[in-house]
Design a protein around this ligand. Structure first.
Ligand code: ZN
Ligand code: ZN
Length: 265
């Protein structure tokens, strides 16, 4: 097996019905270039055919996020309703694909992407409740709400887990959630670098970053974040069905970077 062409290897594994191994390999091209059409199509096909038999941890990998469709109404209510659209046959673009058994679809008129529960059934078709148009399968999925966040991209200084809702979460809660949604991040994190707090509105990223920065400075002193950069990820906490925001503060880039910047021209 050559690691230079994981797509080719995945194709071969697919032909040998080794679907889980093929899917594991497809994460490489999908991560490398974001959305790679052929790798995405093969991964979609495997997830569509075999999703139920595959390990949950593999399905939750962020490499596959863009392949899923997710109901907009459910997402707005904080509920996860996701599905893999049936594989699209490029050879026969006009082939009629049954939407009867699909978990959801997209309205060709208003573009709404919804699950069955938020569509209307008329006879043998699913129709959009906005305009009564028959829905089609969702060839261009909207991507799912992430269940995992990507591995850290630098040296981690602090992580703040901010959960939606009235209750202040504990650090144990934060650790458990990170173990599920960001295992690589948890490994990187030194003891004492983890903070848990609550937030009103997980979608207001600017306010969250401001609030979370203030908490870190209060806990660790006003120089604690000097030169640090931050990244913010909203994740679904599937256990308690609320959203949580994970803010990662990275240490300043090292001396070498500064030297390169100053003398590198
Ligand atoms: Zn829905
Ligand atoms: Zn519509």
């Amino acid at each position: 097996m050559s690691m230079d062409n994981p797509l080719e290897d995945a194709r071969r594994l697919f032909d040998e019905h080794r679907y889980e191994e093929a899917l594991r390999l497809l994460r490489i091209p999908l991560r490398r270039e974001g959305h790679v059409t052929t790798a995405g199509e093969l991964a979609s096909t495997i997830l569509w055919m075999r999703g139920e038999d595959l390990p949950r941890a593999l399905i939750d990998d962020p490499a596959f996020d863009s392949l899923f469709a997710e109901c907009e109404v459910c997402r707005a209510e904080g509920v996860s309703a996701i599905w893999i659209p049936p594989p699209y046959d490029r050879e026969r673009p006009n082939a009629i694909i049954s939407t009867i058994n699909t978990p959801g679809g997209r309205c060709p008129a208003c573009g709404a992407i919804r699950c069955r529960m938020h569509l209307r059934v008329e006879g043998v078709t699913l129709v959009c409740p906005n305009d009564g148009k028959a829905i089609d399968v969702c060839f261009e999925p909207n991507g799912r709400f992430p269940h995992r966040i990507p591995p850290p991209r630098g040296s981690v200084r602090f992580v703040v887990v901010a959960r939606e809702g009235p209750l202040v979460p504990t650090v144990d809660y934060a650790r458990t959630l990170l173990g599920r949604v960001a295992p690589e991040l948890l490994q990187e994190l030194s003891a004492g670098g983890l903070i848990a707090c609550r937030v009103e509105d997980p979608t207001d990223q600017e306010a969250i970053l401001f609030y979370v920065t203030a908490i870190v400075l209060r806990e660790y002193g006003r120089n604690a974040l000097r030169g640090c950069t931050a990244s913010l990820h909203v994740v679904a906490d599937s256990e308690s069905e609320v959203a949580a925001v994970i803010v990662v503060f990275y240490r300043p880039a090292g001396l070498r970077w500064w030297l390169a910047k100053m003398f590198g021209r």
